[in-house]
Design a protein around this ligand. Sequence first.
Ligand SMILES: [Zn+2]
Length: 403
Amino acid sequence: MLSGARIMISEYPNSKELEREIKELKNLIEELVQEDWNLKKQLEERLKDLEEALIDEKYGIKATMLLGKYRHNNGYDSEVLLYVNNIEDCTGKDPVKTMYLMGQVLLHEYFHSFYYHVGVGSRDRINCVEEPMAEYGSLVVLDSVVSSGLPISTEASKTLAYTYNKVKRKQKCKGYIAAYGFGAYLYDNHRKDYRELIAEYANVSRLLDAHGRRTLEYKYMVYPSYPDSHFEKFTYDKLRCLLATGIKSAKGIKTLTKKVSKVAPVITHTSATGGSKGSIAEKKLCQFALEVFRFLKNKGLLGYLESFVTKKRNPELRTLTAPGVFKLVGILNDGSRISRSSDWFMSETFNIGSDTYYLSTQWSEVNTNTHLHFDDLKNMIGHIYPKKFDIRKKDDMFIMIEL
Ligand SMILES: [Zn+2]
């Protein structure tokens, strides 16, 4: 990077999204019952902040320096970036402090990567939940090193002290930065049970509904400003409540879905509005998988799959494999099994070369023994057609885009 170059990031979403948030928060406040008077007051403060931000945002003045970034691209590459110039600016170019902060920022980004890879389902990360969890993760790792008693623990202790204060100070900031500050609260109060909390979040991070009631109740406690100290525990309870919803979804609670009209260029599915969303119903995942295959067939691209089809010992089952990238068992099968359990496979056939294949109907966003993981389909498409297609999930909608 050029010396003096600065990467800035907006502390708020764009004005359109901000307007949507204001509406969302107004609705949330309206829905509160009389007894929630204190909570209402807290949320009204957030509303005021958002409305002020909307005015500022239009002039583009609310921005902060980006210290690091984790980026995951279409399932075939990912990277962690550290913005060294920005980090130096934060530490007043003190080389020792720069080293401390770089270490913590790196850990923070690794936690994004960890949450990305461990979770089930598709990824739709929610800043106000993910960022404090990344800060928290970085602090508890440093804390573990400190208590190791090894020679490195002295340095780790200084790193922890320095960076903890940096995180803690974010509680005084506005915008997304305030939510980061909640990482310091989690560290202060949940240093001992971090394994459970981190595992819980990692487990459900991909299933959270960005606009679900429980997400909003937590989100607007830590964003765009930090809650009063006696509301911190309340905020923590909201977080646990949110994570518990995700776990329910992970266990396979079905949600109402309906198909909407196709959006160019390929495929969209969305759930019905309202109700508790979390994971997309299996039926819709199957439908999406089928449409992906139909699309490839119509484009004459199905043949590219051929080199990924191998015969297993059981000749009935064919396996799609690409070593180290993905493994799909039974995604396509020959017809011999159809007679036994026709519901397991689509009735529509796909011909690749001289063989006939049936697409599995067993798709899931969570890990099960019998189902194919939906991410595997996405990874497969990303691997076979690198930089040609991207499958994205936004809210409860899948879109396959021709790049
Ligand atoms: Zn982050």
